[in-house]
Design a protein around this ligand. Structure first.
Ligand code: ZN
Length: 161
């Protein structure tokens, strides 16, 4: 069975940065299962897997525009420490949840100067070219329910409805 829209695909993968640093890997875990054609994974990887089948191994390099986007300076904000609920918890590297017009995001504190924190809402992998090693472990038809929800159900899937 070949990978096409509406198939549930399980992959083992390793993700490396341009400099060869391993950023993420499914090693030692269950394969990642996703529903093809529903934007469950970044488009550059999803597109590269079309027509592949079980046992196929491939290397895929994904540019930022098909990955997590380019970094944007507009997503870096200056916030006075007095606006935080508990400013004593705010340090460089702290991850905080912020509400924006586009929903809830995770931001990272990148600097603190003169009682003002700079928080960065860019995705941590924005601007990065991503290099995947992928092995396809399983391909199956999605159930009606999975198709209507737009995601995979099954072991390891934590359902939020
Ligand atoms: Zn569901």
């Amino acid at each position: 069975m070949k990978i096409a829209n509406g198939k549930v695909v399980s992959i083992h993968y390793k993700l490396q940065s341009d400099t060869g640093e391993t950023l993420d890997s499914s090693e030692g875990r269950e394969p990642l299962a996703y529903l093809q054609g529903h934007g469950n994974i970044i488009s550059g990887l999803e597109n590269a897997l079309v027509d592949k089948g079980v046992g196929d191994k491939l290397k895929v390099s994904v540019k930022p525009e098909e990955g997590y986007g380019e970094r944007s300076d507009e997503l870096v904000h200056s916030v006075p420490l007095s606006e935080f609920e508990d400013a004593s918890q705010i340090q460089v590297g702290t991850r905080i949840r912020v509400e924006t017009n586009h929903g809830e995001h995770i931001a990272v504190v990148t600097s603190i100067e003169d009682d003002v924190a700079k928080i960065d809402l860019n995705h941590p992998l924005a601007g990065e070219t991503l290099h995947f090693d992928v092995e396809i472990m399983e391909v199956r038809d999605a159930t009606e329910e999975e198709l209507s929800h737009g995601h995979v159900h099954g072991p390891g899937w934590h359902h939020h409805h």
